[in-house]
Write a protein that binds this ligand. Sequence first.
Ligand SMILES: Nc1ncnc2c1ncn2[C@@H]1O[C@H](COP(=O)(O)OP(=O)(O)OP(=O)(O)O)[C@@H](O)[C@H]1O
Ligand SMILES: [Mg+2]
Length: 258
Amino acid sequence: MSKPPKISLKNVHKSFGKKHVLNGLSLDIMEGESLVVIGGSGTGKSVMLKCILGLITPESGEIFIDGQQVIGLPQAEREKSLRKTGMLFQYAALFDSLPVWENVAFGLIQAQGMARTKAREKAIEMLSLVGLEADMADRNPAELSMGMQKRVGLARAIATHPEIIFFDEPTTGLDPIMGDVIDTLIRDCTRHLGATTLTISHDMESAQKIADRIALIYKGEVVWNGPANEIETCGNPYVEQFIRGDLDGPIELDILKP
Ligand SMILES: Nc1ncnc2c1ncn2[C@@H]1O[C@H](COP(=O)(O)OP(=O)(O)OP(=O)(O)O)[C@@H](O)[C@H]1O
Ligand SMILES: [Mg+2]
């Protein structure tokens, strides 16, 4: 029998007041796969991620991690399930009050109870994986460029060797060269770990670089989902319009409505 998906969303609905943000969203992510979710601003990408992380509770639908339904799990069970995961937030979201190494070692110390000296060694090893020298360890995150902060965020996300890693807009706000460096690091580090990854992105070039599979979200639904190398030729009108960045097509911009 084939393995169940690592993460599975089935018919997930979430509204805020009258606004339906997720409209029966369904998506499977297989073990070891890199899936990139693309879509315009406000289409529900971050809300989807927050539902998976348990920060937002959907009204209906199911979300499975390793075959376990996670909606409505008691807090302790939920935390146990989240220990399998790592996360790189948009703008890296490092703790400014902690030096770089403690940011990287945060999960090792807090969740795994690793001793500080050992955690520091491990953090320095992780920093070298993302191309940062050991002398970065005692710097304050506020002193670093955004590209360096993203690398520290990536080191933090992979430090606990998570089975699942979430990336929210990992290259937004970076110049194209640093964006490419981060994409390559994401691809190489997650393959090295054998992790399953879910990445949210606006950037088609970046998506094609790191994805095995791409899903396009529009109005809280997946309107196309397929292998990354088929996106250019799939002929789906939503995908074509998104790639072209064109105003003509099935995708309506809220901003144009009177
Ligand atoms: N906590 C909330 N309360 C009310 N509305 C919300 C909340 N969170 C998100 N929304 C609304 O849900 C919609 C989708 O938001 P979401 O953040 O998922 O968009 P997105 O696809 O991630 O967009 P972007 O690419 O700009 O980050 C938006 O209209 C947003 O205003
Ligand atoms: Mg978002």
